[in-house]
Design a protein around this ligand. Structure first.
Ligand code: GDP
Ligand code: GDP
Length: 465
């Protein structure tokens, strides 16, 4: 989806032009009154190409702030949100000091810019649009929002300026293999699981080529996982021997895990079925959460309860009406409540059961990490969340989100970063953010994947929360 943001100083005719450009299109994809007013984004179709037109007007307005700061904020918003910028200037007034200021801000973005010199109402007239050439963004296109002149040329120029890579969302090809770490406290079965993975038919490899100081990396190609992503398993168990004997067991465990977690793109936390979630498991999960790494939970040794050789711990018996496996899962999720949304699989390193499901969960998470979140769909989810459960007001003021856009670094396995433009981030309360996050997570299959929010508001700058 091509996203075009309309920028420009006040009164050049942005709103009128925006409406013209949208109305030109007979088949508005969705025009929901009350929703679009707040989102500032409207979808339309130009020459068969789906376009999201974003109006930055109002985003920047600081309450009683300087015009200059406001314009720059709009530019910042547009640069973050859009593939192409439509910069509207006034053909009759020529270059204004605010335009020059805006130009400085826009120059920092490596985004294509199309300049529309608006209010060129008559075919002949004294227009100062040539002044904008000096800024180095190319020639301005003369348009009249009032009379509808020049709109075809403008849309052609905008489509022509669009980068070719902007198209239907497709998984990006990550440059390097996904690195996943198998972590857990001692004796949960990490080594056994690695051995099982090494032994399993197609899963692997050559003999431990990269023995690093921190971990043993085992290159493996998992063909059964979606996308056939290439992966590296980091085996923390292999590091045991190198740690000093006088360290306490916990210290050794923790430092190994921390290293492995920091180096990993994805963590598989092994929980022992015979013991359930213990404090140590929670600690490791906490490190995974703080490191903002995606997580898959694997409950190992499931062969024991399956063979009826072991009775579930008391905490797993809490909800009696559920089948045992569900109850157990429930208990594990409650034990790791802060990461309770992560995919959870039951495995046995001894019998090999559940291993394909584990690999498939890892593969699915990798696939999700490599798939961009489409901006229109994201905004739909955000607006639905705002409508369904309006955020609590503070001193009579309501929190609003105008627009959100997700950014995934191409070629990396980093979790998505969502830049959200709001009226005042100080109005955002944690409980509502949690609600929103759940909605976003459900919509884009981000189970087990952290979401990094970056809030852009109009209030004076503060560090991101
Ligand atoms: P914005 O602040 O940039 O969104 O500007 P508006 O769209 O609100 O327009 C500001 C003023 O310029 C309004 O009075 C419009 O009617 C006027 N205007 C917008 N486009 C044109 C145009 O093409 N020709 C003329 N003559 N006036 C225009
Ligand atoms: P690590 O310390 O996490 O690497 O754990 P190990 O792989 O050394 O396993 C610890 C103990 O658990 C060993 O006695 C294993 O035989 C046992 N174990 C590991 N996986 C399983 C399993 O899937 N089922 C059963 N029944 N025992 C297991």
């Amino acid at each position: 989806m091509l996203t075009i943001a309309v920028v420009g100083r006040p009164n050049v005719g942005k709103s009128l032009l925006f409406n013209r450009l949208v109305r030109r299109d007979v088949a508005l994809v969705h025009d929901r009154p009350g929703v679009t007013r707040d989102t500032l984004a409207t979808q339309c179709r130009w020459r068969g190409r789906a376009v999201t037109l974003v109006d930055t007007g109002g985003i920047g307005s600081p309450e009683g702030g300087a015009l200059d700061a406001m314009v720059r904020r709009e530019a910042e918003f547009a640069m973050a949100a859009a593939d192409v910028l439509l910069w509207v200037v006034d053909a009759r007034e020529g270059l204004h000091p605010l335009d020059a200021s805006l130009a400085r801000a826009l120059r920092r973005a490596s985004k294509p810019i199309v300049i529309a010199a608006n209010k060129a109402d008559e075919t002949a007239g004294l227009y100062l649009d040539h002044e904008f050439c000096r800024l180095g963004f190319g020639e301005a296109i003369r348009v009249s929002a009032a009379h509808g002149h020049g709109l075809r040329e403008l849309t052609e120029a905008l489509l022509g300026a669009a980068p070719e890579t902007v198209g239907p969302s497709a998984p990006t090809n990550s440059a390097r293999p996904l690195r996943w770490a198998i972590v857990g406290r001692p004796n949960v079965g990490k080594s056994s699981l690695i051995n099982r993975l090494l032994g399993s038919d197609r899963a692997l490899v050559s003999d431990i080529p990269g023995t690093t100081r921190d971990a043993i990396e085992i290159p493996m190609t998992e063909t059964r996982g979606p996308g056939g992503a290439s992966m590296l398993v980091v085996d923390t168990a292999g590091m045991r021997k190198r740690t000093r004997l006088k360290d306490t067991l916990e210290a050794r465990m923790t430092s190994r895990s921390v290293h492995a977690i920091h180096r990993a793109d994805l963590c598989v936390l092994i929980v022992d079925a015979t013991e359930g979630v213990l404090e140590q498991d929670r600690k490791i999960a906490g490190i995974i959460q703080e490191s903002q790494k995606p997580l898959v939970i694997a409950v190992n040794k499931w062969d024991l309860p399956e063979a009826g050789r072991w009775q579930p711990p008391r905490h797993a018996q809490a909800v009696r009406d559920l089948p045992f496996k569900r109850r157990f899962e429930d208990a594990v999720r409650r034990g790791l409540f802060f990461m309770g949304h992560a995919p959870l699989v039951f495995v046995s390193a001894h019998t090999g059961s559940g291993i394909p499901a584990l690999l498939s969960s890892v593969g699915q998470t990798a696939k999700t990490l490599a798939t961009p979140i489409p901006t229109p769909a994201l905004n739909q989810v955000v607006q639905d969340a705002l409508a369904k459960q309006p955020p609590p007001t503070r001193q009579g003021r309501a929190f609003r989100i105008y627009y959100a856009t997700a950014h995934q670094e191409p070629g990396s396995w980093n979790p998505p970063r969502i830049i959200a433009f709001c009226n005042d981030r100080r109005l955002l309360v944690d409980s509502w953010l949690a609600f929103l996050e759940n909605k976003v997570r459900a919509a884009f299959r981000l189970e087990g994947i952290p979401i990094l929010w970056k809030w852009r508001g109009r209030e004076p700058d503060r560090p991101d929360r």
